[in-house]
Structures are given as structure tokens and as C-alpha cells.
Design a protein around this ligand. Structure first.
Ligand code: C5P
Length: 287
């Protein structure tokens, strides 16, 4: 195999409970992560030199995928030699994990090309960013703990939803830094969703009652566009993914998802119908 091409899917956090701060400065989380049907295209091929092309170009380089490749090369004693092309569709700093998903895809591809074992790849994934282990694991739906390094696949979904890309950008570090300890919770919201998923089918109405995110109030304070869209979309609940500022609604079916996305667009927000908790990436191939 000389080249690997994958669709690196984004995620939403159906729940995100912050349960404390750790000795390493990160926050201890309990969360249910779900892959969604929005993705970047990542292509990795053998090359004698190092070449990275990202479209559209990023302001800040190196991005997570490049850092992951360098770290993997360093730890495995390889020359940093590969050609990586990333076509970005997942908006930056939106809480959808685009950079982390790209990094996980690059690790998986280089792991195949260089025939590296999973233990090394998993260690590099955890080092590069808190969301990378979920994407590297590959489960469509997972219970995530620690700062993001503990990933356990759970069954459930897929569900339809509508994704709103509000104009705001929230830095994850900023959101966590502003989170007062009084806003922490005990992880029960995530535990309830995990129990419900284990007990059987969770329909859209049940899922709407179980979603929630401890970073919500901080993101609202940093991004007024969240409040404005919520007002326009009443009484449909809009949930925050990660530290935002992307919001998602849970829909009853595809038609409802399309209608919700239309309403979001009428409020001048980029929006689309999505599937949440996807089993397969919509397009993945190797060449
Ligand atoms: O791991 P990642 O680089 O994605 O995290 C960005 C920032 O978000 C970290 O530097 C940290 O400030 C914060 N964070 C945290 N606890 C987590 C994940 C992220 O405090 N579990």
C-alpha cells in the first residue's frame, strides 16, 4: 500500500461532564463522543521528503496532524518522509475535533505505511491532544474518561441531527481556564446516558433529555451568537459540542433534520443535516 485516503469525521459530545482538575493541569472528564457525517479528506502517501498541503491554508502551523506525524517519526526512529494532503471541511475551533480527527487519521495511515504497532500509535495519539484517542480508537460512539485517553465503545444510534456553525470561535484552553470549580459536576449525566444506551434503543426524544455540557455557560459568555441562535430556534434545544461554538440539535428523522437546518440557515447561520453516531465513514478508501 503506497497511499491511504480517509474521510476524517468530526464528533459531537452528546454529554460532557467536567468532574475536577488533575495534578497535570488538565480537567478530568466524563463524556459520550459521537462521530458525525461531516469530515475532512486526509491523504497520506509515501514520499522521499516531507510535504504537507492543507486546503484551505491554516493561519497557524504546524497543525495537530503535522505534530502527530513528527512525534511518531521521532518515537519510531523514522525519517520524517511522507506527503500529507488535508482538505478541510470541519470548521476550526468549533468543538467538533477536526484537527484531532485529522491527526488520528494521519497516525493510522503512517502506522500502516511504516508498519508500527498500536501501543506506540495510541501513546502518540494521547500525547498530541485530548480528543485524538477517541478518533484513533475509531468507535462511532464511545464513553470517554480521563482527560480523553480512556475510550470505551458503546452501542447506540445513529440519530439524525442538525449542526449549526455559529460565527464564534472558542478556544478550548480559554473555556477550561474560565470554568469555575462550582460549575463542575459528578459525571452522572454521562453515566445516565451510558446506562440508557446499554439498556436498549435510545430514541431522539430520550436522547434530547439526556444531552448536556458543563462548558455551556462559559461558551455562552464567550460567544453571544450561541444565545441569539437558541432564541431563534425555541423551543428546540441546541447542545454545545466540546467548548463550542458549534451547536447541534437532535432530530426525530431525516426530514426533521433538514427542516431544523433550514431554520438555522434562516437565522443566518451555516447549518446542515447530519447523522450522529455513524457506523461507517461515508467515503474511505486506500490506493
Ligand atoms: O488536549 P488539548 O490540546 O486538546 O487541550 C487544549 C486545552 O484544553 C489544554 O491545554 C487544557 O488547557 C484544556 N483541557 C483541559 N482538560 C481536558 C482537555 C483540555 O483542561 N481534559
Amino acid at each position: 500500500m503506497k497511499a491511504v485516503q480517509v474521510r476524517a469525521l468530526a464528533k459531537v459530545n452528546l454529554t460532557l461532564d467536567v468532574i475536577g482538575r488533575r495534578a497535570d493541569g488538565y480537567h478530568e472528564l466524563r463524556s459520550v463522543f459521537a462521530r458525525i457525517s461531516l469530515g475532512d479528506d486526509v491523504r497520506v502517501r509515501r514520499s522521499r521528503s516531507w510535504h504537507v498541503a492543507i486546503h484551505p491554508p491554516l493561519d497557524a502551523r504546524p497543525d495537530l496532524a503535522e505534530r502527530a506525524a513528527h512525534e511518531l517519526a521521532r518515537r519510531s526512529g523514522r525519517d520524517v518522509a511522507a506527503a500529507i494532503t488535508i482538505r478541510k471541511r470541519i470548521p476550526l475551533a468549533s468543538g467538533l475535533g477536526g484537527g484531532s480527527s485529522d491527526a488520528a487519521a494521519v497516525l493510522r495511515a503512517l502506522g500502516n505505511l511504516w508498519r508500527l504497532d498500536d501501543a506506540l500509535l495510541t501513546a502518540v495519539a494521547a500525547k498530541i491532544g485530548s480528543d485524538v484517542p477517541f478518533f484513533f480508537h475509531g468507535a462511532p460512539l464511545a464513553e470517554v474518561g480521563g482527560r480523553g485517553e480512556h475510550v470505551r465503545a458503546v452501542a447506540g444510534g445513529p440519530w439524525w441531527g442538525a449542526l449549526a456553525l455559529t460565527s464564534g470561535r472558542v478556544s478550548t484552553a480559554d473555556a477550561f481556564a474560565r470554568l469555575a470549580s462550582g460549575a463542575w459536576s459528578d459525571g452522572q449525566r454521562t453515566a445516565r446516558l451510558v446506562r440508557a444506551l446499554a439498556a436498549g434503543a435510545v430514541d431522539a426524544a430520550a436522547l434530547r433529555a439526556l444531552c448536556g455540557n458543563d462548558l455551556d455557560a462559559v461558551a455562552v459568555a464567550l460567544c453571544p451568537a450561541i444565545v441569539a441562535l437558541r432564541e431563534r430556534m425555541q423551543p428546540t434545544p441546541l447542545f454545545l459540542s466540546g467548548s463550542g461554538a458549534a451547536l447541534f440539535a437532535i432530530a426525530d428523522d431525516r426530514g426533521h433534520a433538514l427542516a431544523l437546518a433550514r431554520r438555522m440557515r434562516r437565522a443566518d447561520v451555516r447549518a446542515s443535516a447530519i447523522q450522529i453516531g455513524l457506523v461507517e465513514a461515508p467515503s474511505a478508501r486506500s490506493a
